[in-house]
Design a protein around this ligand. Structure first.
Ligand code: ZN
Length: 244
């Protein structure tokens, strides 16, 4: 089985379409694993929800999903993120809101645990340090965990002595059963923050036990033009050109 691992789409339809096309170019996927934040920041929240729902997929909830559905507040959001979240909430149909409101915080599937932020704090915690990642291996039982939220392609490895190390996720990783446990972030589809504006995702091929990172170009100006037209905060569309 081949699984497309995508997350942090952030209502960026041009980026999502480019990723879905690239998945086909890479040989396709039997199922989509989505790591949350299908909405927030970008100009196409309803379209992105509807597109992903056409695929055989599973999805966990992100902080932007639950903020747009009204399940959580936006007090912890910066002003631009809060403004975009309130805008998204006003665009969504009841069906869209019901879908994101009902997403679970955590899914276990075969050897993987899927969460948006971290296994310890699925909605809010950013796994951007080896220390935080190391602490989180105690909060899931499967060999491997997939996270999003930081928008950074990263992999944390935890050995049998409890030592944790981290690196960028930029080459294929062989998943070894009984070997090191891993927390893997495929990066963001719709708002990359690692200095590379290309949309990021991964494919897991269970027949060879390999997980591979991919980057795809998309029409960034198309998304930016829609954001300008909707009056979304300037900083949210300028950052897309920079990947920050
Ligand atoms: Zn996000």
């Amino acid at each position: 089985m081949r699984y497309a691992i995508i997350g942090d789409i952030h209502a960026n339809l041009a980026a999502l379409e480019a990723v879905l096309e690239d998945i086909e170019r890479q040989g396709g996927a039997d199922k989509v694993w989505h790591l949350g934040d299908v909405v927030g920041y970008g100009p196409d929240p309803g379209e992105c929800i509807e597109l992903i729902r056409r695929y055989d997929h599973i999805s966990v909830a992100g902080n932007h999903d639950w903020a747009a559905s009204g399940k959580i507040g936006t007090d912890a959001f910066n002003p631009d993120a809060a403004a975009a979240s309130h805008w998204a909430a006003a665009q969504l149909s009841l069906t869209d809101k019901e879908y994101i409101d009902n997403l679970p915080q955590r899914i276990e599937e075969a050897d993987f645990t899927l969460v948006h932020g971290s296994p310890r704090e699925p909605i809010w915690e950013y796994l951007i340090s080896v220390t935080l990642a190391g602490e989180n291996f105690a909060f899931f039982d499967t060999p491997f965990c997939l996270v999003g939220h930081s928008h950074m392609p990263l992999v944390y490895s935890y050995d049998e002595n409890g030592n944790c190390s981290g690196s960028r996720f930029w080459e294929d990783i062989e998943l070894v059963s009984g070997g090191n446990r891993l927390i893997i972030n495929p990066g963001a589809v719709g708002q990359p923050r690692d200095g590379n504006p290309l949309a990021a995702y991964a494919i897991y091929d269970s027949s060879i036990g390999m997980i591979s990172p991919f980057r795809v170009s998309y029409d960034i100006s198309k998304t930016q033009d829609k954001m300008k037209a909707e009056g979304l905060p300037v900083g949210l569309w300028t950052r897309l050109s920079l990947g920050v």
